[in-house]
Design a protein around this ligand. Structure first.
Ligand code: SF4
Length: 268
């Protein structure tokens, strides 16, 4: 049961230091998708929430209209912390209201989500000069999704949404994030989606200290053959795996003419 509340804010849009973006939008505090590896629960500290992650949701309310002129030529990333299309968006339409204003800006807008609810807003997205929808996917295997992201939309639903967006002329991207060693098959994901996905972003699995034991427990139970690999990477902090994967991605993209991609590995 998710406990909902409303939170008044003075702006939906805030400056960000995220590479490639000038501003960030997060219409909600909290995320009912409740992925096992989610590190966004750091938000609890800043928002005075004591409920378990995934069990609360603050719906941001801002009455002040967005000054769209201010964002001309800027890049805006929607969903930098939590999913802007969590299931409550269907009822509250906060993300939709924000898009309804931003469509009149000359900003470059990217939406990061795991939810096919985004196809509801194709009518608005088609009115943007520069907008893309980025689906985050860790594995093409829905069994893995059920283990790590039990409340998030299935992988087939995400793929169908990407196809629909592409068919409607909306630029699409896949954010392979986080990449799970020995599980995320980047080649397979690219090969199955190249017909309807134009860009790929890659990000390593980064486990902050409080998450290592939780995620390793799940991996050890469901993928016991990966126990040693995960221990090397996340307990002994061996970075060779990521160095090798970085080179493999570069090589694969070169050989297969995947031109539009970015690797955001951060495991230092
Ligand atoms: S969808 Fe993203 S923000 Fe939501 S729980 Fe999963 S990882 Fe966290």
């Amino acid at each position: 049961m998710v406990k909902e509340a409303f939170k008044r804010v003075t702006s939906y849009i805030n400056p960000t230091g995220i590479p490639g973006a000038d501003f960030a939008v997060n219409p909600y505090v909290g995320c009912p998708h409740k992925c096992a590896y989610c590190y966004a629960d750091f938000m609890k500290r800043f928002t005075n929430h004591h409920e378990p992650w995934g069990e609360f949701l603050d719906v941001k309310i801002c009455d002040k209209p967005i000054d769209v002129k201010k964002y001309a030529g800027k890049s805006i990333l929607i969903g930098t912390v939590t999913d802007p299309y969590n299931p409550f968006e269907e009822r509250y339409e906060i993300t939709r209201k924000i898009l309804g204003q931003l469509k009149d800006s000359a900003a470059s807008v990217s939406i990061v989500t795991k939810s096919d609810l985004v196809v509801r807003d194709i009518d608005l997205l088609k009115q943007f000069k520069d907008a893309q929808v980025v689906f985050s996917i860790s594995s093409h295997d829905d069994k893995f999704r059920k283990i790590m992201e039990p409340r998030a939309p299935s992988i087939p639903r995400r793929m169908m949404a990407l196809q629909e967006l592409h068919a409607e002329g909306i630029p699409t991207a896949i954010f392979m994030a986080p990449m799970f060693p020995g599980i995320t098959d980047f080649r397979h994901i690219i090969e199955m989606t190249r017909g309807y996905v134009g860009r790929y972003w890659f990000s390593s699995l980064n486990l902050r200290p409080g998450y290592v034991s939780k995620v390793l427990e799940i991996i050890n139970a469901s993928y016991p053959h990966l126990k040693k690999l995960y221990s090397d990477i996340f307990v002994k902090k061996n970075t060779l795996y990521w160095d090798g994967l970085d080179k493999e991605i570069e090589r694969y993209c070169l050989e297969n003419r995947v031109k539009d991609y970015d690797i955001y590995f951060n495991f230092g």
